[in-house]
Write a protein that binds this ligand. Structure first.
Ligand code: T4K
Length: 371
């Protein structure tokens, strides 16, 4: 094992709690295919997130990919999204035979710049796929207005936003569908897992078929589906972690406050904003380093931390619209704010049991980088 402090560390329930939760699997021998733990987690999440319906998946990516597929959008139609995100968002669009159209982001909260969406809409636009990046919430009202005006579907990538609420309403309840990631690195996790939240019953039926080979009944397979089912061991981890989620977020809040204590008001540093009407989940701690004003570049800080065995991450660099796999098809200069931010951002280590002394040490190393 390494003593390195990494960007995050999976939270774990007590081993006894997990063993207790999985014990009955040895009686039932029911390991996957929508077993009792899957059903329980689904119901508990619907209540907890305050959403009408939840469908569970093997991971957040398959939730996004299959939600797009279930929408049956016209082939080659355009989906407006942002490039300042994890590969998954863009790849879900491309793997559906759809065309991503990249909108720039806001310089202060890194979510889609809604003032730039309408100019990107064409006759071929079918949907908007905004990202609540770092758990920062997009301009939901404006996205709703635009979607309504142009008849577009809205699929929120809410991978980072578990248990965030906006004006008291669970974030999963916005858009046609919102997708969460329950990956090991997330505030709430199932080892691997994901969920889609939505209201439309028929959409739910289609999603269920798509995650289970298109099977409608034992002798009726009337769709071409994938296999994206959440297994019972992952669901059991989710059931355990859900019991501790408030404590998990409270501990993360303390770590964030400690970072703030050291880094607030330092010239050349931009910290994650506090958003009005939003109850945050403290998922990530991104810092933007303005080289001139701060006295060191993002890369210099990254290297200095690495040298001291601290693994910060450049989430999200490079932008998805400059990935090698797209062979220069998209022009990142058309999203200048995203480009600017991606060259300057560093997400600092953040997890619930990160020691305060470690936060102090990380900040000390960062501040010592100033020339
Ligand atoms: N949309 C967005 C906006 C997303 O950010 C993501 C995923 C998705 C969609 C898709 O959701 P999933 O299909 O993944 O459910 C990590 C995560 O794997 C990924 O889930 C996440 N976003 C992304 C932002 O971060 P990597 O390649 O940076 O992971 P890795 O293996 O370098 O892990 C990061 C750190 O986490 C490690 O340094 C240590 C810690 N860690 C990692 C693992 C795997 C643990 O403590 N335990 C673990 O088991 O992508």
């Amino acid at each position: 094992m390494t003593d390195k402090i990494l960007v995050t560390r999976s939270s774990m329930p007590e081993i006894e709690e997990y063993i207790e939760e999985i014990k009955d699997i040895w009686d039932t021998h029911w390991l996957t295919n929508m077993g009792s733990k899957h059903k329980r987690l689904q119901k508990e999440l619907e209540d907890f997130l305050g959403v009408e319906q939840v469908e569970l998946f093997t991971n957040g990516h398959m939730a996004l990919e299959l939600c797009l597929q279930a929408m049956n959008l016209p082939k080659n139609s355009e989906v407006i999204t942002t490039p300042f995100t994890f590969a998954s968002t863009t790849h879900a669009i491309v793997r559906n035979g759809l065309e991503p159209v990249f909108c720039d982001i806001n310089a202060d909260n890194y979510t889609i710049d809604t003032s730039k969406i309408e100019e990107l809409i064409t006759d071929n636009t079918s949907a908007i796929m905004p990202v609540h990046v770092y758990g920062n919430i997009c301009n939901i009202e404006e996205i709703e207005r635009i979607a309504k005006k142009y008849g577009l579907k809205v699929i929120y990538d809410a991978a980072h936003a578990f248990h965030v609420s906006y004006k008291g309403q669970g974030i999963g309840s916005f858009g046609d569908v919102s997708c969460f990631s329950f990956h090991a690195t997330k505030v709430f996790h199932c080892i691997e897992g994901g969920a889609a939240c939505f209201k439309d019953k028929d959409f739910g039926i289609e999603l269920y078929r798509l995650k289970n080979f298109g099977i409608r009944g034992p002798e009726i397979i009337d769709g071409v589906g994938a296999n994206a089912k959440l297994n019972e061991f992952c669901a059991a981890m989710g059931l355990c972690n859900l019991r501790h989620i408030d404590e998990e977020i409270a501990k993360r809040k303390k770590v964030v406050e400690r970072y703030h204590l050291h880094l607030t008001g330092i010239d050349g540093l931009q910290l994650n904003p506090v958003q009005a009407d939003v109850t945050p989940n403290y998922a990530y701690y991104p810092v933007i380093f303005m080289e001139k004003a701060f006295g060191a570049s993002r890369n210099e800080v990254f290297d200095a931390l690495e040298a001291k065995n601290i693994g910060a991450r450049k989430y999200f660099y490079p932008l998805t619209n400059s990935f090698d796999c797209f062979h220069g098809k998209y022009n990142p200069n058309l999203t200048p704010t995203a480009l600017h931010i991606s060259k300057r951002v560093l997400t600092l280590p953040l997890y619930s049991d990160l020691a305060m002394e470690d936060v102090d040490k990380i900040c000390e190393i960062i501040l010592e980088c100033r020339k």
